[in-house]
Design a protein around this ligand. Structure first.
Ligand SMILES: Cc1cc2nc3c(=O)[nH]c(=O)nc-3n(C[C@H](O)[C@H](O)[C@H](O)COP(=O)(O)O)c2cc1C
Length: 177
C-alpha cells in the first residue's frame, strides 16, 4: 500500500484547495491511500531554537507523518504573489531534517492563477530536496466557486478520472525511484 500525505495551504473552512485534496483522497488507485494533514493551523511559528528536544508536538507529528509517507501532495493558494505563511511555516519545520530528502512530492492546483506561488513553492521544495514529480500537473479551476459548485465540479467524471490518472502517475513515479 502506497501512503501519501496531502497538505492544503489554506485554512479556510470552504477552501477550494482542501476540497480538491479531499476529492483526490476519494479518487485514489486501489493500492494507494491519501491522508489529508489537518494540523497546519496548530503549528507554532518555526524557530530554529525550538528544534531537537524542544520541537513542539504538532511539528513532531508533521515530521513523523512526512517521514513515514511514501509521498506528499500539496495544493496551495497564492497570497500577494507568495506562498501563504502557514504553508511555508510547515515546510520550514521540515528543512533541517531528513523527512523531505528524496521524498516524492507533487503540486496540484485549484486555481488557474497563482503562478508566483506555484513557482515559489516548487523552488522551496526542490531546495529542500523533495523529489518533485512535475508532469503532468493537475489543475481543476475552482477559484471563486461556492461549496456546492466546487463539489459538483469535483464529482464530474472527467475530473474524477483526471484525479485518478495524476495519482496513478505519481505512484508510478514513486515506484520507479
Ligand atoms: C489575502 C489574499 C491574497 C491573495 N492574493 C492572490 C494573488 O496574489 N494571486 C492570486 O492568484 N490569487 C490571490 N488570492 C486569491 C486566492 O489565491 C484564491 O482565492 C485561492 O484559490 C483561495 O484558495 P482556498 O479556496 O483554498 O482558500 C488571494 C487571496 C487572499 C485571501
Amino acid at each position: 500500500m502506497i501512503e501519501i500525505i496531502a497538505i492544503s495551504g489554506s485554512l479556510r473552512a470552504a477552501s477550494t484547495n482542501s476540497a480538491l485534496l479531499a476529492a483526490l483522497a476519494a479518487n485514489t488507485p486501489a493500492d494507494c491511500r491519501v491522508e489529508v494533514y489537518d494540523g497546519l493551523g496548530r503549528l507554532p511559528i518555526f524557530n530554529p531554537d525550538d528544534e531537537g528536544e524542544r520541537t513542539p508536538p504538532e511539528a513532531v507529528r508533521l515530521i513523523e507523518m512526512i517521514t513515514r509517507a511514501d509521498g506528499v501532495i500539496v495544493s496551495c493558494p497564492e497570497y500577494a504573489h507568495g506562498v501563504p505563511g502557514g504553508m511555508k511555516n510547515a515546510l520550514d519545520w521540515l528543512v533541517s531534517r531528513d523527512a523531505a530528502v528524496g521524498k516524492p512530492a507533487m503540486l496540484v492546483h485549484a486555481s488557474p492563477r497563482s503562478l508566483y506561488a506555484r513557482a515559489a513553492l516548487a523552488e522551496v521544495m526542490r531546495t529542500m530536496s523533495f523529489a518533485m514529480y512535475e508532469e503532468p500537473a493537475l489543475e481543476i479551476a475552482l477559484l471563486g466557486k461556492k461549496l456546492g459548485e466546487v463539489e459538483a465540479i469535483l464529482a464530474q467524471p472527467a475530473n474524477c478520472q483526471a484525479m485518478r490518472d495524476v495519482v496513478q502517475g505519481f505512484v508510478e513515479f514513486m515506484r520507479g525511484r
